[in-house]
Design a binder for this molecule. Sequence first.
Ligand code: PGA
Length: 248
Amino acid sequence: MRKKLAAGNWKMNGSAALLDELANLATQQDADAPQVIICPPSPLLIPAVAATQTSAVQIGGQDCHSAQTGAHTGDVSAQMVKDTGASAVIVGHSERRADHAETNADIRAKVQAAWAANLLPILCIGESEAERIGPNTLAIIAAQLDASMPDGATGDTLVIAYEPIWAIGTGRVPTMDQIIETHDMIRAELTKRFGAEGDKFRILYGGSVKPNNAAEIFTAKNVDGALVGGASLKAADFQPIIDALQAS
Ligand code: PGA
């Protein structure tokens, strides 16, 4: 059984008030609940860890550099993220790939940096709208997965998030057939590369997950949870998504 996971990506949003909401969410978790990881911006990691200290909610970063230290103004290393008390880190989000020209090779190095710091990387992949319309959608996603994922990954040490770029922040979601087909393909690729271990990786869906569509998305057998942006910014939106995941 793969442990279900609801991850919240706050992106460049967040405030002390939002941390109060987070603390509120934290009090609603119980032992049988899905794993919940909230990823606030770097300056909020320490207060977020403090706000969730007595709960099962875990905190993650949104990115890390692949190097341990150095002349990289504005960046943070995986160990720095770990030192805040965080336990996970998103790597390869499409906004990072676009805004900071991150390549699959960069992202593979970030996964390895996350491992070296004992963080759980949540590795994002996903196609553009043109790639979704084109004939090679699944092959493009498979190639991205293959190139971003280092050898030695296991179900315990890496989570995959499939996020179609055109679905992020747009209110548009793929059809259930598209979600099922893509997640099944990712599972097949993982099994091809990692053998029986391939069945142990968690594959999250991300892109406009909301309280009103979460339950349907979670019916897909290879959807093990969600990476949630906008709807993770309010406990009133995020909690029903967590509840839908628990009920799935
Ligand atoms: P969204 O963002 O839920 O706001 O579409 C998802 C993400 O970018 O991780």
